[in-house]
Design a binder for this molecule. Structure first.
Ligand code: ATP
Length: 367
């Protein structure tokens, strides 16, 4: 038996070979080499459902879930979240840009769904300037930088600016930017703990793109630092939907670090996007587990092809999924591509909400 994402004696996607998939959700769980998650069933060329497919959840992974709108990405992310929730010793955290994962609060997951708040000092002074679109070399940017270096809270930063020995225009400009940050209503407070291992959904619906990036950055950094500092025995898994909006913003450095260095301290990242071409190439090339739903745009297909060996590229073209929930699963551990029908959700799917588009804000529907 092989498990997708599992190298010999370690971790990946696999099948238990019994050919049945109905009513077997309880057979996720653990095999002789550690925890596995039930992803779905192989789909044979004659369209019949084949053996169940499991993915390795025992070791850290950098996973990518891609597909055009309506192809099943969020649904698959939800399936992975359900499976992660079942594994002891894992702390799953979901950055939910559109409020599509609040349904994970239902049984059997019972996730904690929160409007995220982060500490102001979770962002370094430089990041504060980036967040507010201020040049750190400019007068207002330099003042915000000093405020962020001196204070631990947003109120403290505002007080620092108000009392600073700086020209009135500089103080006003810095203060206006900090007022905007206060209006976002995400600064002040803590992210929920990792230590209890509860599945946590950071519901960012209605949160602008800039503060959502700040939340994602803080969450990614916390997962990483908590492992480095020995702050948690649990292995954090960060799941991010609409990942192109996060890899394109303030969250990018933190996400990149998880991709390139997260596995060593035991932090996993699952990034889902309808636009793999908008991700940095490293996000595609570093992924050791790829779930590819239907992609229609040439750029997006090419982004996926470019990072894989020639043998896989041909498979992508020949076996591109055609219906929602169907996916090609790339297992780097075995260099194989599997055609999989992702299983049905145990919790309700909440993905029929408006989607994120453009530079900022939200828009309804679209493909
Ligand atoms: N594995 C599956 N089993 C059954 N139905 C599925 C499956 N995956 C997707 N679907 C169906 O397809 C619909 C679209 O899936 P989903 O919302 O995940 O798309 P998406 O790729 O995330 O699209 P968007 O980018 O708009 O969020 C779901 O509402 C559901 O009805």
């Amino acid at each position: 038996m092989s498990i997708i994402g599992r190298t010999a004696g370690a971790g990946g996607v696999g099948s238990d070979g019994d050919g049945s998939d109905e009513g077997r959700r309880d057979a996720g769980g653990t095999d002789e080499n550690g925890p596995v998650g039930h992803l779905g069933a192989y789909r044979a060329r004659d369209e019949s459902a084949g053996a169940r497919v499991t993915v390795d959840l025992g070791g850290p992974h950098a996973a990518l879930v891609v597909g055009k709108r309506g192809s099943g990405k969020s649904y698959t992310l939800g399936v992975l979240a359900e499976e992660l929730d079942r594994v002891e010793g894992i702390a799953p955290v979901i950055v939910d840009p559109m409020g599509a994962f609040g349904t994970l609060a239902a049984e059997p997951v019972g996730a904690r769904v929160v409007r995220p708040r982060v500490r102001a000092d979770a962002l370094e002074p430089r990041a504060w300037c980036d967040l507010l679109g201020l040049d750190p070399e400019g007068a207002a940017g330099a003042l915000v930088w000093r405020a962020a270096a001196a204070a631990t809270t947003l109120d403290g930063m505002r007080a620092f600016v108000a009392e600073a020995d700086a020209p009135g225009a500089t103080r006003r400009a810095a203060s206006n930017h900090l007022d905007l940050a206060a209006a976002w209503d995400v600064f002040g407070g803590e992210l929920p703990p990792l230590s209890d291992g509860r599945t946590t959904v950071l519901d960012c619906s209605g949160v602008d793109r800039a503060p959502m990036n700040a939340v994602c950055r803080a969450a990614a950094n916390r997962c990483y630092r908590a492992r480095l500092a020995g702050g948690t025995d649990r292995l954090p898994w960060l799941l991010v939907d609409e990942a192109h909006a996060l890899f394109g913003g303030l969250a990018a450095p933190a996400l990149r670090r998880l991709l390139t260095r997260g596995r060593q301290p035991g932090v996993s990242l699952v990034a889902a996007t309808q636009r793999p071409a908008a991700l940095p190439a490293v996000a595609v090339s570093q992924a050791d587990l790829v779930v590819m739903h239907r992609l229609s745009s040439r750029d997006d297909r090419e982004a996926m092809r470019a990072a894989r060996p020639a043998s896989m590229r041909e498979t992508f073209d020949e076996r591109m999924p055609t219906r929602p929930g169907e996916a090609l699963v790339v297992d780097d551990a075995t260099e194989r591509v599997h055609t999989v029908q992702v299983r049905e959700r145990a919790t309700p799917h909440g993905g029929e909400s408006p989607r994120l588009s453009g530079q900022s804000g939200l828009s309804a529907g679209g493909g």
